[in-house]
Design a protein around this ligand. Structure first.
Ligand code: HEM
Length: 458
């Protein structure tokens, strides 16, 4: 018996390698849009790696220290240590600026790829029975990714970021009855206190990444257990050792996990890393030297959150003053309604969606969005809603720099647009798709689509 065979038998008797090989032959549908989820995973890996580098130099403290570094304008100035350490990373640590930018761009791409992945799953109906649990886990991951980005945004403790993140503190304490308690737990009390940055740092580098890692593990475990969805097949598929019927949803036709899909995934990983490196090399991020350290006595002229939280900011800006009331000892503020209740309702609506668009039996083929008039109409309306709310979040820029007027003039139009445009777009989408749909073709039956080739997995 050769040495290699002996080694294999040794490993097999302990690790059941034979079975693992079966797993490596697992089929992946050859669909490009299915790679969006992988891009999100790779961004997460790059975020953790670049974050470890940054963590070696970042100081989570707001105590003042004297600056001694390359930025002449701050030389000898007493400034918060967190701010000083990020200046140090950016201008004095070898590769510091590159890694900081890479971390920043990876955070943007992480949230963007999750959003696009979610839209792919939505419009192709891939959340339907039996994949509802994975959709719910995914909704949690989307919220966590925003939490990770928000807590990271605060850390350099520059004037812009500190002011923008103070909005989060105000929203937290606006929650009736328990707001102050959560303000203490998350922010260490008044914003900013000496405990704020250490608390946010702990959430950013440990609690939230750990929760995301567990969430991704559960998401993947459910995915492996349930298998991917697959585009409907045009005809029966010959896979070499068997014939898979066109409508047999219990079997996946696609690339084996190893080596084919592993090679595709490696390419996606390197493309993700290359894109982020290019962005980091060429495009600056959040220039803290320009903003200067946090100054509690001043308010910057322009305050805004990152793009993916702009819709929440839009709710806050559009909510009328009278939407704030007191019932007995409980005060319900506009901030609570706009910044906590409405976003909470949006996330709740996303989470329960697969239970609204219920499929009676299991659906293992993706649906064609053009053949799902009302579901696609709801999706279009939802995208329009988030986009208009995001534009409302930038109402000051729209008013000042685009229309040359004031926010009090544009706000009523934005409110009307937020209420009217989504149902209008959704309704039009519905009518257009309905018109093109022959009466007998509903979304439930597998419509002819692309046929995949390769291995079968059951
Ligand atoms: C950290 C965030 C996330 C990561 C890393 C992630 C990763 C993935 C990956 C790699 C897949 C398999 C390939 C693919 O379909 O793209 C997948 C499938 C899936 N994801 Fe996500 N996902 C995330 C967030 C979400 C969100 C926000 C939702 C929806 C609310 C979601 C719902 C689903 C569903 C239902 C599937 C199964 C789809 C199918 O079988 O076609 N995921 N996810």
């Amino acid at each position: 018996m050769s040495r290699a065979k002996q080694l294999y038998d040794w490993a097999d008797s302990r690790l059941d390698v034979e079975n693992a090989q079966k797993f490596l032959g697992k089929a992946f549908p050859a669909e490009d849009s299915f790679l969006l989820g992988e891009v999100a995973i790779f961004c997460f890996i790059l975020l953790v790696l670049s974050g470890i580098f940054l963590g070696l130099f970042f100081e989570p403290s707001t105590s003042d220290v004297e600056y001694d570094g390359s930025v002449q304008e701050f030389q000898g100035e007493e400034m918060p240590e967190a701010f000083v350490s990020v200046l140090h990373i950016t201008y004095d640590v070898p590769f510091g600026m590159f890694i900081r930018r890479l971390h920043h761009w990876a955070a943007h791409l992480f949230v963007a790829s999750i959003g696009l992945h979610m839209l792919r799953v939505f419009f192709t109906g891939s959340y339907r029975n039996p994949r509802e649990p994975n959709w719910v886990v995914g909704t949690g991951l989307a919220a966590l990714s925003m939490g990770a980005a928000y807590t990271g945004y605060a850390l350099p403790f520059d004037e812009f970021a500190a002011t923008a993140t103070s909005i989060g503190y105000n929203l937290t304490i606006s929650v009736p009855l328990v707001g102050d308690f959560f303000g203490q737990v998350i922010f260490g009390g008044e914003f900013p206190s000496s405990a704020t940055i250490p608390r946010l740092y702990f959430l950013h580098v440990f609690v939230i990444p750990a929760a995301i890692a567990v969430g991704i593990a559960v998401h993947m475990a459910i995915l492996i257990r349930q298998k991917h969805t697959e585009a409907p097949r045009e005809a029966d598929v010959e896979t070499g050792d068997r014939t898979v019927d066109a409508d047999d949803g219990s079997v996946i036709v696609g690339l084996p996990a190893f080596p084919n899909q592993a090679a595709v995934s490696a390419v996606v990983f390197f493309l993700t890393a290359a894109t982020l490196s290019l962005l980091a090399g060429l495009l600056p991020v959040h220039n803290i030297a320009e903003y200067g350290p946090n100054n509690p006595a001043a308010t910057p002229s322009l305050i805004m959150p990152d793009w993916f939280l702009m819709w929440v900011y839009g709710f806050l800006k559009l909510l009328p003053k009278w939407a704030s009331f007191t019932v007995g000892p409980v005060h319900v503020s506009g901030e609570f309604i706009g910044g906590v209740v409405l976003p909470g309702l949006v996330f709740a609506a996303i989470a329960v969606w697969p239970f609204v668009d219920r499929a009676p039996g299991q659906e293992h083929f993706t649906a064609d969005p053009l053949k799902r008039p009302w579901q696609t109409g709801v999706g279009v309306a939802a995208v329009a809603f988030v986009m208009i709310a995001s534009i409302a979040g930038m109402n000051n820029i729209l008013a000042d720099q685009v229309l040359g007027t004031t926010t009090s003039v544009v706000n009523p139009y934005l409110s009307a647009a937020l209420l009217l445009v989504p149902p209008l777009y959704g309704g039009l989408t519905y009518l257009l798709l309905r018109r093109d749909l022959p009466a007998e073709r509903t979304e439930q039956g597998p419509a002819p689509g692309e046929a995949a080739g390769g291995d079968a997995d059951d």
